[in-house]
Design a protein around this ligand. Structure first.
Ligand SMILES: *Cc1c(COP(=O)(O)O)cnc(C)c1O
Length: 384
């Protein structure tokens, strides 16, 4: 059978039918009254999702554009920043910061291990002249399935410095609780093809009052990503350039769906699916790559012993048409990753755990009685 693909990678994620159909019409004029209504509505919905009264701006571009915008709109050439790096995305923000001539101190942790808030604390305490202007980090490190302790790290930033916190929440927003105002996060970046359940092409950057104050000092070069232009136009329910209009139709449809479900239900669903996935994997005798307490609500990384992870991933694609993600860089062939972000229900989790167990059984690599993994998954799904 063809064309029954189930995307279980950490983005792009599956798109609901009514979101898909919302896009299948002619674009409308981006200076029209009808489009202004959509911008007005989605802007309010985005504030709801971020749990903030701050400005949330929509950019046509992928998640990296939103992160880059957050960095270049708040900082100036030669500014000192701390970048957390414990995976592929942490590495990316170090590269972006250096590309713009920032003076980057890197706080590292091994891939699969979370960043240590105390390391941030120590560096900030030593910075008595307040040279450090920003702390840049990834909340859910998609490459390894680790969730970093954004709340604690941001508390250290707030307690020991005047630096702003710029957070990549691309695979955590819409998956777990991130109350922007309550925690006092200054910049949050996210992208449409992840928790938003819409295709790639839009990204979002939320800016606190302190972030705008930093913006007044910022002298890094910018044009397409100059957020002042986005702020000015969003206040007129518009956009500085021609936006991806049909993706706005999708955004309105998906955020409306999310509001119907409710934030707490969305977070509980992701937590349940995360646990059902983790428990099923352990019960079939496989190892999690990330310690359970540090697992991302969006993605679970699995490290099979004595089996090539790519051969499992390929068999699951061939036999079940479920697409999983592989390992990156030195983890290629060592881990595979199961995305459970966005438009995911119990059926998806039951399918992927059964497919995995069936695949191991077929390979002769299942060291426990067949069905033990899925039994555990079902028990979590029915009791959480
Ligand atoms: C997907 C992702 C991004 C954004 O990547 P783009 O390809 O630019 O959309 C950023 N950070 C994390 C953690 C991600 O998972």
């Amino acid at each position: 059978m063809q064309d029954k693909l189930n995307l279980m990678i950490p983005g792009p994620t599956p798109v609901p039918e009514n979101v898909l159909s919302s896009m299948s019409k002619h674009p409308i004029g981006h200076r029209s009254g009808d489009f202004q209504k959509i911008v007005q509505k989605t802007t309010e919905q985005l504030k709801w999702l971020h749990q903030t009264t701050a400005d949330v701006l929509t950019i046509t571009g992928s998640g990296t554009a939103a992160m880059e915008a957050g960095i270049i709109n708040t900082l100036s050439k030669g500014d000192q920043v701390i970048c957390g790096d414990n995976g592929k995305f942490g590495e990316r923000w170090v590269k972006v910061a250096r590309a713009y001539g920032l003076d980057v101190k890197v706080v590292k942790a091994d891939w699969g291990t979370p960043l240590d808030p105390n390391q941030f604390k120590r560096i900030l305490e030593e910075d008595t002249n307040e040279k450090i202007k920003a702390v840049i980090l990834t909340h859910s490190e998609t490459s390894t399935g680790v969730i970093n302790d954004l709340k604690s790290i941001n508390n250290e930033v707030k307690n020991h410095s005047k630096a702003i916190t710029i957070a990549d929440c691309v695979t955590s927003l819409g998956a777990c609780n991130i109350p922007m105002d309550e925690w006092g996060i200054d910049v949050i970046a996210s992208g449409s093809q992840k928790g938003y359940m819409i295709p790639p092409g839009l990204s979002f950057v939320a800016m606190s009052k302190r972030a705008w104050e930093a913006n007044n000092q910022s002298n890094l070069p910018k044009f397409y990503l100059d957020l002042k232009q986005y702020l000015k136009t969003v206040n007129q329910n518009s956009n500085p350039f021609t936006p991806a209009i049909n993706l706005y139709f999708a955004l309105e449809a998906s955020l409306t769906m999310m509001q119907k479900e409710g934030l707490n239900n969305i977070f509980a669903r992701h937590a349940r699916h995360q646990k059902a996935t983790q428990e099923g994997i352990k019960a079939m005798g496989l190892n999690l790559f990330t310690k359970e307490n540090f697992g991302s609500p969006a993605i679970t990384a699995v490290k099979p012993e004595n089996i090539d992870a790519e051969s499992i991933r390929k068999a699951i694609k061939n036999d079940f048409d479920i697409l999983l993600a592989g390992g990156q860089d030195h983890l290629k062939g060592k881990i595979f990753r199961i995305g459970h972000l966005g438009f995911v229900n119990n059926r998806d989790i039951i399918s992927v755990i059964s497919a995995l167990e069936s695949t191991l059984d077929k390979m002769g690599k299942l060291n426990v009685p067949t069905g033990q993994g899925i039994a555990k998954t079902i028990s979590v799904l029915n009791n959480e």
